[in-house]
Unconditional design. Structure first.
Length: 317
């Protein structure tokens, strides 16, 4: 009997099929003959103690002009699926949180959720990285302007960013003589009511912010270095950076060896860790990207690698 796999994602008509990592995963599952079902967050529900969804069967093509076809919508018990990919992009807002509660119920009914809902709640992508202090640059998480100013005074050149952002949104560099310190910090902390992250600036960002994809704690052997556009601090592809595949360095491999066992323990089958120079800066667990860029440049099939691991997990249940 074919494996039944569901995906919770942003509206599929809105994605960029040339770059979308979820599409790569679905293509790999389809090639295995698995049955594919599509959900958006607003079509998940709970009736009594049962998690349900308004599902549409979906077929995928690797065609940038017509990459999907949807079947009729029908109510489905989420526990009848073998696996669900939670691929809704951040922000991690209230609706995202409620979705993880519904997926918890499906998990209790026997469905494998990628990634584990409890870990999606526990592992904020900025804060989680600080668990591995030996891998990280000097960092501060605070809503207090005085604490952030002291950190800036000590390190002179820092990056500040919100804890719930993605794609490089609202990331600021504050140099030693920057007269905008106060307004930047006031804006990001919402006048001291919201914690943010401050990191010492890492000059190696000019050579790229490396995304390393991890499958059940094991790294893909190449990283995608996202090199900032001219005049930019941020390497994110969404902020105009360019992606260049590079083999992992010894330091990259060492960082992966520190992080990997914890990812595996937490049921995070697919993660993307970010490394600048010698330092871990973030651990992305909600909807990591860069599959298609690495596949194209390195002749890989990371979606298939992930689906092979998913099948192995299902066989071990």
């Amino acid at each position: 009997m074919a494996i039944k796999i569901g995906v919770v994602m942003d509206p599929i008509e809105s994605i960029n099929p040339k770059k979308d990592s979820t599409l790569a995963m679905l293509l790999a599952a389809q090639k295995r003959g698995w049955e594919l079902y599509y959900f958006t967050q607003n079509r998940l529900l709970k009736r009594g103690d049962q998690a349900l969804g308004l599902a549409q069967s979906i077929s995928i093509t690797d065609d940038a002009s017509h990459w999907y076809a949807l079947g009729d919508m029908n109510e489905m018990v989420l526990g009848d699926l073998d696996v669900i990919l939670m691929r809704k992009d951040p922000p991690f807002d209230s609706q995202f949180l409620y979705t993880t509660f519904l997926l918890d119920t499906a998990g209790q009914q026997g469905t494998l959720i990628v990634n584990k809902p409890q870990s999606l709640r526990d592992c904020n992508e900025k804060v989680f990285a600080t668990q591995f202090a030996s891998c990280c640059p000097p960092v501060l998480i605070s809503a207090d302007a005085g604490q952030i100013r002291a950190f800036h005074h000590e390190h002179r050149d820092i990056i500040v960013k919100p804890l719930d952002g993605m794609g490089g949104a609202s990331v600021f560099r504050i140099k030693a003589d920057d007269g905008n310190f106060s307004v930047i910090v006031e804006t990001l902390t919402k006048h001291g009511s919201c914690s943010i992250m401050a990191q010492r600036y890492i000059p190696e960002i000019k050579r790229g912010d490396k995304r390393i994809l991890m499958i059940n704690g094991v790294p893909v052997p190449y990283a995608l270095a996202r090199v900032p556009a001219h005049g930019e601090t941020r390497g994110n592809l969404a902020a105009g950076g360019s992606g260049e595949a590079r083999p992992l360095t010894e330091r990259d491999a060492w960082i992966c060896a520190q992080v990997g066992p914890v990812l595996k323990e937490k049921g995070i089958l697919f993660a993307g860790i970010d490394v600048i120079g010698d330092y871990l800066t973030e651990i992305n667990v909600t909807s990591p990207t860069c599959i298609r860029e690495l596949d194209h440049q390195c002749g890989l099939d990371i979606g298939e690698m992930l689906m092979a691991e998913v099948e192995s997990q299902l066989q071990g249940q």
